[in-house]
Design a protein around this ligand. Structure first.
Ligand SMILES: Nc1ncnc2c1ncn2[C@@H]1O[C@H](COP(=O)(O)OP(=O)(O)O)[C@@H](O)[C@H]1O
Ligand SMILES: [Mg+2]
Length: 246
């Protein structure tokens, strides 16, 4: 693996991004995220949280500033190596509705399986075994052959997590993936994610729920109108004082 061993999981320097060339969705954002850490990004609707995750993932390219993941410029040619190590759970989950749980999770491994698997849906035995392991980890194995459109919101979110795990990621970017859940289930789901840190995985999760952010982030980053307004170690947060921010 060409990824550098030293340095942070994510380094953003002065990143600005505009969808339309007029309004800035991100304004001069700088941040560093340590390997193996858990960071939660909070902010109101439209504050730039989803845009920030897409920038880290290389899905969109900033007009100015630099984005490094594991020390590699995500928008450079070698950025592909870094992208393969990112498990991205988009806000809308991006699952194949008419495919089964197992088929959806297998998609997460396609980048290492090659085009035969992608075109014909023929998967190596060890990849199927690994998919089953990921599915068991998020406890959705009882719905293995169920089509996604038949699942509840919470079950779909488990499938999206399993698909991300299938990528064998070093960094997971999860965008409001618990928004369909009640507090207790969302808390459980974010707890799941935190368990993956035992394997050295770096977690970046977006939520608009401050209580969840306090519970699961080591660092909480606040966005407002596309700008980073503060970055606070979770244990030092004054919950009462900050509730008004989100
Ligand atoms: N595809 C898009 N095209 C144009 N504007 C967008 C697009 N996606 C987001 N925006 C705008 O960028 C800003 C930040 O959006 P977003 O990152 O989705 O915020 P959040 O995830 O915090 O709700 C908002 O003003 C939003 O309207
Ligand atoms: Mg969003």
């Amino acid at each position: 693996m060409a990824l550098g061993l030293a340095g942070n999981a994510v380094d953003l320097q002065d990143v600005s991004f505009s969808y339309d060339g007029k309004n800035y969705a991100l304004k001069s954002v700088s941040l560093s995220i340590k390997r193996g850490s858990s960071t939660v990004i909070v902010g109101t609707n439209g504050s730039g949280k989803s845009t920030l995750l897409k920038i880290i993932n290389g899905l969109i390219k900033p007009q100015s500033g630099s984005v490094k993941v594991f020390g590699i410029d995500i928008n450079s040619h070698q950025g592909m190596d870094a992208r393969r190590k990112i498990g991205y759970i988009p806000q809308q989950l991006g699952l194949l509705r008419n495919s089964t749980v197992l088929q959806n999770v297998l998609v997460g491994g396609l980048s290492r399986m090659g085009s035969t698997s992608a075109l014909f849906g023929v998967y190596p035995r060890q990849e199927i075994d690994y998919a089953l392991k990921c599915i068991q980890q998020v406890r959705i194995d009882h719905k293995l052959h169920e089509k996604v459109y038949r699942l509840s919101g919470g079950e779909r979110q488990r499938v999206a997590i399993a698909r991300a795990l299938m990528q064998k990621p070093s960094l997971i970017l999860a965008d409001e993936f618990t928004s369909d859940l009640d507090y207790k289930s969302a808390n459980e789901m974010m707890g799941f994610m935190s368990e993956f840190r035992r394997d050295g995985v770096t977690l970046v999760m977006v939520t608009h729920n401050l209580d969840l952010a306090f519970e699961h982030g080591q660092t909480v980053i606040f966005l407002k109108d596309g700008a980073k307004v503060s970055e606070i170690p979770a244990e030092s947060l004054d919950k009462k004082g900050l509730k008004t921010l989100a």
